[in-house]
Design a protein around this ligand. Structure first.
Ligand code: UDP
Length: 471
């Protein structure tokens, strides 16, 4: 097949570097293993240029890159919010995308990230099949499909709520409070947008999801059935694409400290790039870690402050919000660092034994790839659903129980935290989640071998592109 033409595929990353890393990895795999000629397209606006060029410059020459020209955004109010900005950038850039696709000539497929699914209209206009890059789970896609199906025969503007509880593939039921926010209330305006997005998704030829078969087999099987029935496009699990630890090179106090700890002894605590706890929750977490008696590495964020908490000097330093004497009492067995840690390197370190995580999808995949069991502590978006699935279906996480308090909303109390940490480190259930994490790590390590599940799934798609290019 040496002379077969390499089909040309255009991948479109959403504005902002958030999903660029997995999409760049997908492009690299398509070029290296599947005989495809990819061009990775980014937006000029809203991007963090340094983060973007670091990712793009790490790509092999077999992946072409292009950037869409900046679009005017001066008329958008400064307080419009990130989502509105993303929406505007994508919509206003569609003419530029059309020009780019025309200049490339014959394109076998357009692969927009799910935030720029609006680009499917340009693909349709040019007769190019569109495959959506879905950076989270097939289970999240299931929620989207169920929402669209619910509205198949609905009149315009008529919105129905998903059942409560919703039965997920794999035998897990999800209560409404555990849905991602936008799916919870069918009378909220955002729900209508969701239904419209789901309808747009139906126009796609398929989804390339950042997941893998062994992680959510029931959801993958269920999506196959839906595709066979023709109710929703097929979803191909082609991940996991995780940040490589070599992207985080350089000295780090966390790593130096981990080097001094015994193997398998440290609980890593971090809530992603945006995770914020209340002042009260930050103090309970500190007390719970202390009570557990285990070693810990905690990435402490500034808590959410209300006026009662603002007191001048402490507004910038997250470590000022842990209880008095906590750092001294835990010195030697605990390290608290402000704001950020090189997470993949920390998770890969032999001293790290467990991960208290907000269950963002990237963190979840990183935990899977490094075989580290989780204590699931979801905060928002699809994290509650991930936590339920990770505990009840995947079996690699435990959840401390949060209690509704009279004041201050939901709080996880110190006792619950200490119990969860001890359980993961020493308990019977902990034994189960640790074993499951190791099994999944091994499974994730096999997905790219020649007969591995993600490699085969990606070849099914690439095969369609190659067949079309030969016609
Ligand atoms: N991350 C990190 N250090 C931190 C916090 C986060 O390296 O202190 C990285 C983490 O490895 C992951 C990403 O930031 O790749 C967070 O993505 P995720 O989807 O888990 O959560 P989000 O930040 O989107 O809520």
């Amino acid at each position: 097949q040496r002379d077969a033409p390499r089909p040309h595929v255009v991948l479109l990353a959403s504005p902002g570097a958030g999903h660029l890393i997995p999409l760049a990895e997908l492009a690299r795999r398509l070029a290296d293993h599947h005989g495809v000629a990819p061009t990775l397209v980014t937006f000029a606006d809203l991007d963090n240029p340094d983060a973007r060029s670091a990712v793009l410059s790490s790509l092999p020459a077999s992946v072409a890159t292009a950037t869409l020209p900046a679009v005017p955004l001066d008329d958008i109010p400064a307080d419009a919010g990130l989502e509105r900005m993303l929406f505007e950038v994508v919509h206003r850039s569609l003419p530029h995308l059309r020009v780019l696709l025309r200049s490339i000539g014959s394109t076998a497929a357009l692969v927009p990230d799910f935030f720029c699914a609006a680009a499917l209209s340009v693909a349709a206009e040019l007769g190019v099949p569109g495959y959506i890059f879905f950076p989270t789970s097939i289970t999240a896609l299931y929620l989207m499909r169920r929402t669209v199906e619910l509205h198949d025969f609905a009149a315009a503007g008529e919105y129905h709520a998903l059942p409560d509880p919703l039965e997920l593939p794999g035998g897990v039921s999800l209560r409404t409070a555990e849905f991602p926010e936008a799916f919870r209330d069918s009378t909220a305006p955002v729900y209508g947008q969701l239904v419209e997005t789901g309808r747009l998704y139906r126009g796609a030829a398929g989804f390339l999801a950042n997941s893998f078969y062994e992680l959510e087999p029931a959801a993958v099987e269920d999506s196959k059935k839906a595709a066979e029935k023709g109710t929703f496009p097929p979803a191909y699990p082609v991940g996991p694409f995780v940040r490589s630890s070599s992207d985080e090179a350089g000295e780090s106090a966390c790593l130096e400290w981990l080097d001094l700890q015994p193997a398998g002894s440290v609980v890593f605590v971090s809530f992603g790039s945006f995770g914020v706890l209340s002042v009260e929750q930050t103090r309970e977490l500190a007390a719970g870690l202390e009570m557990s008696g285990h070693r810990f590495l905690w990435v402490v964020r500034m808590p959410s402050l209300n006026d009662a908490h603002r007191n001048g000097g402490h507004d910038e330093d997250p470590l000022a919000w842990v209880p008095d004497g906590f750092l001294e009492r835990t010195r030697g067995r605990g390290l608290a660092v402000a704001a950020w840690a090189p997470q993949v390197r920390v998770l890969s370190h032999p001293a790290t034994a467990a991960f208290v995580s907000h269950c963002g999808w990237n963190s979840t995949l990183e935990s899977v790839a490094t075989g580290v069991p989780m204590i699931a502590w979801p905060l928002h978006s699809e994290q509650r659903m991930n936590a339920v699935v990770l505990e009840e279906s995947v079996g690699m996480a435990l959840r401390p129980r949060a209690r509704e308090e009279d004041v201050g909303g939901t709080v996880v109390r110190r006792g619950e935290i200490a119990v969860a940490v001890k359980e993961v480190m020493e308990g019977e259930k902990g034994h189960g989640v640790r074993r499951r994490a190791r099994e999944l790590q091994q499974a994730a390590g096999r997905v790219w071998s020649p007969e591995g599940s993600s490699r085969r799934a990606l070849e099914v798609v690439a095969g369609k592109w190659k067949a079309a290019a030969q016609k």
